[in-house]
Design a protein around this ligand. Sequence first.
Ligand SMILES: Cc1ncc(COP(=O)(O)O)c(C=O)c1O
Length: 340
Amino acid sequence: MSGYHSPQVDVPVRLNTNESPFPPPAEWVASLAAIASDTEWNRYPDRSALRLRAEIAARHGVAVENVFVANGSNEVLQTILLAYGGHGRTVATYEPTYQMYAQIARVTGADVVTGERRGDFTLDPEEIRRVSERHRPAVTMLCNPNNPTGIVEPRETLGALREATDGVIVVDEAYAEFGDWSAVDDVREEANLIVTRTFSKTLSLAALRVGYAVAPTWMVSDLETAVLPYHLDAFKQAATLAALGHVDEMERRVAAVRAERARIESSFTEMAVEHWPSGANFVLFRVPNAKDVWASMLADGVLVRDCSGWERLAGCLRVTIGTPDENSAFLAALGRALAR
Ligand SMILES: Cc1ncc(COP(=O)(O)O)c(C=O)c1O
Protein backbone atom coordinates (compact mmCIF):
# COMPACT_ATOMS: atom_id res chain seq x y z
CA MET A 1 0.00 0.00 0.00
CA SER A 2 1.03 3.59 -0.32
CA GLY A 3 0.18 6.30 2.23
CA TYR A 4 -2.02 9.37 1.89
CA HIS A 5 -0.08 12.27 0.42
CA SER A 6 -0.95 15.92 0.16
CA PRO A 7 2.31 17.54 -0.94
CA GLN A 8 3.15 20.74 0.92
CA VAL A 9 5.26 23.29 -0.90
CA ASP A 10 6.49 26.53 0.62
CA VAL A 11 4.78 29.13 -1.59
CA PRO A 12 3.11 32.47 -0.83
CA VAL A 13 -0.45 31.29 -1.67
CA ARG A 14 -1.39 27.83 -0.33
CA LEU A 15 -4.86 26.79 -1.45
CA ASN A 16 -4.53 23.01 -1.42
CA THR A 17 -5.78 21.58 1.90
CA ASN A 18 -9.15 23.24 2.56
CA GLU A 19 -8.02 25.02 5.69
CA SER A 20 -9.52 28.29 6.86
CA PRO A 21 -7.60 31.25 5.41
CA PHE A 22 -8.11 33.11 8.70
CA PRO A 23 -6.11 32.49 11.89
CA PRO A 24 -8.11 31.75 15.05
CA PRO A 25 -9.11 34.78 17.16
CA ALA A 26 -6.10 36.54 18.74
CA GLU A 27 -7.78 36.42 22.18
CA TRP A 28 -7.84 32.63 22.03
CA VAL A 29 -4.18 32.47 21.00
CA ALA A 30 -3.30 34.81 23.89
CA SER A 31 -5.15 32.53 26.35
CA LEU A 32 -3.02 29.49 25.47
CA ALA A 33 -0.07 30.39 27.71
CA ALA A 34 -2.34 30.44 30.77
CA ILE A 35 -3.96 27.17 29.67
CA ALA A 36 -0.52 25.58 29.34
CA SER A 37 0.58 26.76 32.75
CA ASP A 38 -2.68 25.54 34.39
CA THR A 39 -2.27 22.07 32.88
CA GLU A 40 -1.30 19.36 35.38
CA TRP A 41 1.42 17.97 33.16
CA ASN A 42 2.39 15.11 35.51
CA ARG A 43 -1.17 13.70 35.46
CA TYR A 44 -3.03 11.77 32.77
CA PRO A 45 -5.85 13.82 31.26
CA ASP A 46 -9.56 13.30 31.92
CA ARG A 47 -9.98 10.14 29.92
CA SER A 48 -13.62 10.82 29.10
CA ALA A 49 -13.03 14.50 28.16
CA LEU A 50 -16.25 15.22 29.98
CA ARG A 51 -16.25 19.02 30.06
CA LEU A 52 -15.35 19.31 26.40
CA ARG A 53 -17.92 16.74 25.34
CA ALA A 54 -20.60 18.44 27.46
CA GLU A 55 -19.90 21.78 25.78
CA ILE A 56 -20.05 20.25 22.28
CA ALA A 57 -23.22 18.36 23.24
CA ALA A 58 -24.88 21.59 24.42
CA ARG A 59 -24.11 23.25 21.07
CA HIS A 60 -25.96 20.46 19.26
CA GLY A 61 -28.76 20.01 21.83
CA VAL A 62 -27.78 16.39 22.55
CA ALA A 63 -26.57 14.57 25.68
CA VAL A 64 -22.89 14.31 26.60
CA GLU A 65 -23.20 10.53 26.00
CA ASN A 66 -23.95 11.31 22.35
CA VAL A 67 -20.55 12.92 21.73
CA PHE A 68 -17.19 11.31 20.99
CA VAL A 69 -14.07 13.49 20.58
CA ALA A 70 -10.72 12.58 19.00
CA ASN A 71 -7.57 13.96 17.38
CA GLY A 72 -9.09 15.37 14.22
CA SER A 73 -12.04 13.84 12.44
CA ASN A 74 -9.56 11.46 10.82
CA GLU A 75 -9.08 9.79 14.20
CA VAL A 76 -12.85 9.75 14.68
CA LEU A 77 -13.19 7.97 11.32
CA GLN A 78 -10.41 5.56 12.20
CA THR A 79 -12.07 4.73 15.51
CA ILE A 80 -15.40 4.11 13.77
CA LEU A 81 -13.70 1.76 11.34
CA LEU A 82 -11.84 -0.02 14.16
CA ALA A 83 -15.15 -0.54 15.93
CA TYR A 84 -17.39 -1.51 13.02
CA GLY A 85 -15.08 -2.42 10.12
CA GLY A 86 -12.14 -4.81 10.21
CA HIS A 87 -11.43 -8.27 8.87
CA GLY A 88 -14.38 -10.06 7.25
CA ARG A 89 -16.45 -6.87 6.96
CA THR A 90 -17.11 -4.54 4.07
CA VAL A 91 -16.97 -0.74 3.93
CA ALA A 92 -18.78 1.10 1.11
CA THR A 93 -17.68 4.41 -0.38
CA TYR A 94 -19.14 6.37 -3.28
CA GLU A 95 -16.34 7.67 -5.50
CA PRO A 96 -14.90 10.13 -6.03
CA THR A 97 -14.87 11.03 -2.36
CA TYR A 98 -12.47 11.67 0.54
CA GLN A 99 -9.61 9.25 -0.02
CA MET A 100 -9.01 8.47 3.64
CA TYR A 101 -12.21 6.37 3.91
CA ALA A 102 -10.86 3.60 1.70
CA GLN A 103 -7.35 4.06 3.08
CA ILE A 104 -8.36 3.68 6.75
CA ALA A 105 -10.81 0.88 5.93
CA ARG A 106 -8.06 -1.12 4.22
CA VAL A 107 -5.42 -0.40 6.86
CA THR A 108 -7.85 -1.65 9.51
CA GLY A 109 -8.46 -4.85 7.53
CA ALA A 110 -11.87 -4.38 5.90
CA ASP A 111 -12.79 -4.98 2.26
CA VAL A 112 -13.78 -1.85 0.39
CA VAL A 113 -16.61 -1.74 -2.14
CA THR A 114 -16.97 1.22 -4.43
CA GLY A 115 -20.22 2.74 -5.57
CA GLU A 116 -20.12 5.12 -8.53
CA ARG A 117 -21.48 8.64 -8.71
CA ARG A 118 -23.17 9.97 -11.84
CA GLY A 119 -21.11 11.92 -14.40
CA ASP A 120 -22.05 15.18 -12.63
CA PHE A 121 -20.90 13.63 -9.31
CA THR A 122 -24.40 13.46 -7.82
CA LEU A 123 -25.46 10.20 -6.14
CA ASP A 124 -28.11 7.98 -7.67
CA PRO A 125 -30.39 6.30 -5.06
CA GLU A 126 -30.51 3.26 -7.40
CA GLU A 127 -26.73 2.90 -7.05
CA ILE A 128 -27.06 3.12 -3.26
CA ARG A 129 -29.62 0.30 -3.33
CA ARG A 130 -27.48 -1.79 -5.67
CA VAL A 131 -24.32 -1.49 -3.55
CA SER A 132 -26.16 -1.99 -0.25
CA GLU A 133 -28.14 -5.04 -1.37
CA ARG A 134 -25.29 -6.71 -3.19
CA HIS A 135 -22.49 -6.16 -0.66
CA ARG A 136 -24.32 -5.67 2.66
CA PRO A 137 -21.65 -3.23 3.91
CA ALA A 138 -21.04 -3.10 7.65
CA VAL A 139 -20.24 0.60 7.23
CA THR A 140 -21.19 3.11 4.52
CA MET A 141 -19.35 6.42 4.25
CA LEU A 142 -21.15 9.50 2.99
CA CYS A 143 -19.29 12.79 2.74
CA ASN A 144 -21.56 15.84 2.76
CA PRO A 145 -20.64 18.30 1.31
CA ASN A 146 -18.46 15.89 -0.62
CA ASN A 147 -14.69 16.30 -0.85
CA PRO A 148 -13.24 16.74 -3.51
CA THR A 149 -16.30 17.58 -5.62
CA GLY A 150 -17.98 20.11 -3.30
CA ILE A 151 -21.39 18.64 -4.15
CA VAL A 152 -24.08 18.90 -1.44
CA GLU A 153 -26.27 15.80 -1.24
CA PRO A 154 -30.03 16.31 -1.03
CA ARG A 155 -31.53 14.98 2.23
CA GLU A 156 -33.20 12.24 0.16
CA THR A 157 -29.79 10.62 -0.36
CA LEU A 158 -29.54 9.92 3.36
CA GLY A 159 -33.15 8.65 3.30
CA ALA A 160 -32.31 6.25 0.46
CA LEU A 161 -29.24 5.04 2.32
CA ARG A 162 -31.18 4.47 5.53
CA GLU A 163 -33.76 2.42 3.67
CA ALA A 164 -31.15 0.41 1.81
CA THR A 165 -28.74 -0.61 4.59
CA ASP A 166 -28.93 -1.86 8.14
CA GLY A 167 -25.17 -1.30 8.56
CA VAL A 168 -23.61 1.76 10.15
CA ILE A 169 -23.97 5.00 8.15
CA VAL A 170 -21.26 7.61 8.67
CA VAL A 171 -22.05 11.13 7.45
CA ASP A 172 -18.80 13.10 7.38
CA GLU A 173 -19.70 16.78 7.78
CA ALA A 174 -16.19 18.25 7.75
CA TYR A 175 -17.58 21.11 5.64
CA ALA A 176 -21.07 21.30 7.18
CA GLU A 177 -20.89 25.00 7.98
CA PHE A 178 -20.70 25.80 4.25
CA GLY A 179 -23.57 23.48 3.22
CA ASP A 180 -27.27 23.88 3.97
CA TRP A 181 -28.43 20.89 6.03
CA SER A 182 -27.05 18.59 8.68
CA ALA A 183 -27.65 14.94 9.51
CA VAL A 184 -27.06 15.71 13.21
CA ASP A 185 -30.83 16.30 13.45
CA ASP A 186 -31.41 12.68 12.38
CA VAL A 187 -29.26 11.05 15.08
CA ARG A 188 -31.50 8.79 17.18
CA GLU A 189 -30.88 6.00 19.65
CA GLU A 190 -32.50 3.45 17.33
CA ALA A 191 -30.68 4.53 14.14
CA ASN A 192 -27.22 3.33 13.00
CA LEU A 193 -26.27 6.88 12.08
CA ILE A 194 -23.11 8.72 13.17
CA VAL A 195 -22.16 12.24 12.09
CA THR A 196 -18.57 13.50 12.18
CA ARG A 197 -17.38 17.09 12.42
CA THR A 198 -14.03 18.86 12.63
CA PHE A 199 -12.44 21.96 14.13
CA SER A 200 -9.95 22.03 11.25
CA LYS A 201 -11.92 23.97 8.65
CA THR A 202 -14.40 26.71 9.63
CA LEU A 203 -13.05 26.83 13.16
CA SER A 204 -9.50 27.64 11.96
CA LEU A 205 -7.85 25.02 14.19
CA ALA A 206 -6.30 22.52 11.76
CA ALA A 207 -3.06 22.65 13.76
CA LEU A 208 -4.80 21.65 17.02
CA ARG A 209 -6.18 18.35 15.62
CA VAL A 210 -9.67 18.01 17.06
CA GLY A 211 -12.77 16.41 15.62
CA TYR A 212 -15.87 14.79 17.03
CA ALA A 213 -18.87 12.63 16.31
CA VAL A 214 -22.53 12.95 17.30
CA ALA A 215 -24.03 9.46 17.59
CA PRO A 216 -26.38 7.22 19.57
CA THR A 217 -25.06 6.54 23.10
CA TRP A 218 -24.35 2.87 22.36
CA MET A 219 -22.15 3.84 19.42
CA VAL A 220 -20.22 6.32 21.54
CA SER A 221 -19.59 3.49 24.06
CA ASP A 222 -18.35 1.28 21.21
CA LEU A 223 -15.96 4.01 20.08
CA GLU A 224 -14.69 4.52 23.64
CA THR A 225 -13.97 0.77 23.72
CA ALA A 226 -12.00 0.88 20.47
CA VAL A 227 -9.97 4.06 21.07
CA LEU A 228 -6.73 4.17 23.06
CA PRO A 229 -7.00 5.37 26.67
CA TYR A 230 -6.00 9.03 27.20
CA HIS A 231 -5.90 9.66 23.46
CA LEU A 232 -6.96 13.28 23.95
CA ASP A 233 -4.30 15.26 25.81
CA ALA A 234 -5.15 17.64 28.65
CA PHE A 235 -3.88 20.79 26.92
CA LYS A 236 -5.93 20.04 23.83
CA GLN A 237 -9.09 19.46 25.87
CA ALA A 238 -8.69 22.80 27.65
CA ALA A 239 -7.63 24.71 24.53
CA THR A 240 -10.59 23.35 22.55
CA LEU A 241 -12.96 24.23 25.38
CA ALA A 242 -11.61 27.79 25.27
CA ALA A 243 -12.01 27.87 21.47
CA LEU A 244 -15.69 27.00 21.82
CA GLY A 245 -16.12 30.40 23.45
CA HIS A 246 -15.23 31.96 20.07
CA VAL A 247 -17.23 29.72 17.75
CA ASP A 248 -19.86 32.33 16.93
CA GLU A 249 -17.17 34.75 15.76
CA MET A 250 -15.60 32.03 13.63
CA GLU A 251 -18.92 30.96 12.15
CA ARG A 252 -19.55 34.55 11.05
CA ARG A 253 -16.53 34.21 8.77
CA VAL A 254 -18.36 31.54 6.78
CA ALA A 255 -20.28 34.30 4.98
CA ALA A 256 -16.98 35.83 3.79
CA VAL A 257 -15.79 32.48 2.45
CA ARG A 258 -19.11 31.92 0.69
CA ALA A 259 -18.93 35.35 -0.98
CA GLU A 260 -15.40 34.62 -2.21
CA ARG A 261 -16.51 31.18 -3.41
CA ALA A 262 -19.23 32.89 -5.50
CA ARG A 263 -16.60 35.25 -6.95
CA ILE A 264 -14.36 32.34 -7.95
CA GLU A 265 -17.27 30.38 -9.43
CA SER A 266 -18.43 33.33 -11.51
CA SER A 267 -14.85 33.97 -12.68
CA PHE A 268 -14.68 30.33 -13.76
CA THR A 269 -17.88 30.82 -15.74
CA GLU A 270 -16.45 33.96 -17.40
CA MET A 271 -13.22 32.11 -18.22
CA ALA A 272 -15.24 29.13 -19.58
CA VAL A 273 -13.58 26.84 -17.02
CA GLU A 274 -15.66 23.75 -16.27
CA HIS A 275 -16.45 23.49 -12.53
CA TRP A 276 -18.94 21.96 -10.15
CA PRO A 277 -21.30 23.84 -7.82
CA SER A 278 -19.74 23.80 -4.37
CA GLY A 279 -21.30 23.82 -0.93
CA ALA A 280 -17.90 23.77 0.74
CA ASN A 281 -14.81 25.99 1.10
CA PHE A 282 -13.24 24.71 -2.12
CA VAL A 283 -14.16 24.34 -5.78
CA LEU A 284 -13.27 21.50 -8.16
CA PHE A 285 -12.56 22.58 -11.74
CA ARG A 286 -11.33 20.98 -14.94
CA VAL A 287 -8.76 22.37 -17.37
CA PRO A 288 -6.91 21.09 -20.41
CA ASN A 289 -3.34 19.95 -19.58
CA ALA A 290 -4.04 20.04 -15.84
CA LYS A 291 -0.52 19.07 -14.81
CA ASP A 292 1.00 21.93 -16.82
CA VAL A 293 -1.58 24.38 -15.48
CA TRP A 294 -0.84 23.22 -11.91
CA ALA A 295 2.93 23.62 -12.45
CA SER A 296 2.52 27.01 -14.08
CA MET A 297 0.45 28.26 -11.12
CA LEU A 298 3.01 26.86 -8.71
CA ALA A 299 5.75 28.77 -10.53
CA ASP A 300 3.59 31.86 -9.92
CA GLY A 301 3.53 31.05 -6.20
CA VAL A 302 0.02 29.53 -6.05
CA LEU A 303 -0.48 25.95 -4.83
CA VAL A 304 -3.77 24.14 -5.53
CA ARG A 305 -4.56 20.43 -5.21
CA ASP A 306 -3.77 18.37 -8.27
CA CYS A 307 -6.53 15.74 -8.47
CA SER A 308 -5.94 15.03 -12.15
CA GLY A 309 -4.21 11.72 -11.48
CA TRP A 310 -7.08 10.40 -9.33
CA GLU A 311 -9.53 7.97 -10.82
CA ARG A 312 -12.63 9.67 -12.28
CA LEU A 313 -11.04 13.12 -11.97
CA ALA A 314 -8.97 13.43 -15.15
CA GLY A 315 -8.07 17.08 -15.76
CA CYS A 316 -9.34 18.21 -12.36
CA LEU A 317 -7.74 20.62 -9.90
CA ARG A 318 -9.23 21.76 -6.59
CA VAL A 319 -8.82 25.23 -5.13
CA THR A 320 -9.48 26.08 -1.50
CA ILE A 321 -11.14 29.45 -0.95
CA GLY A 322 -8.54 31.79 0.53
CA THR A 323 -8.48 35.45 1.49
CA PRO A 324 -9.67 37.91 -1.19
CA ASP A 325 -6.03 38.68 -2.08
CA GLU A 326 -5.10 35.01 -2.30
CA ASN A 327 -8.12 34.32 -4.50
CA SER A 328 -7.20 37.21 -6.81
CA ALA A 329 -3.65 35.83 -7.04
CA PHE A 330 -5.10 32.42 -7.87
CA LEU A 331 -7.40 33.76 -10.61
CA ALA A 332 -4.57 35.78 -12.14
CA ALA A 333 -2.22 32.78 -12.07
CA LEU A 334 -4.90 30.56 -13.60
CA GLY A 335 -5.53 33.11 -16.37
CA ARG A 336 -1.80 33.23 -17.16
CA ALA A 337 -1.50 29.42 -17.05
CA LEU A 338 -4.42 28.98 -19.47
CA ALA A 339 -3.02 31.64 -21.81
CA ARG A 340 0.31 29.77 -21.97
C1 LIG B 1 -14.12 15.11 4.11
C2 LIG B 1 -13.06 15.21 5.15
N1 LIG B 1 -13.18 14.52 6.27
C3 LIG B 1 -12.24 14.57 7.23
C4 LIG B 1 -11.12 15.34 7.07
C5 LIG B 1 -10.07 15.30 8.15
O1 LIG B 1 -10.11 16.41 8.93
P1 LIG B 1 -9.38 16.49 10.32
O2 LIG B 1 -8.41 17.62 10.18
O3 LIG B 1 -10.48 16.80 11.29
O4 LIG B 1 -8.74 15.19 10.62
C6 LIG B 1 -10.94 16.09 5.92
C7 LIG B 1 -9.72 16.92 5.74
O5 LIG B 1 -9.40 17.40 4.71
C8 LIG B 1 -11.93 16.01 4.92
O6 LIG B 1 -11.82 16.68 3.78
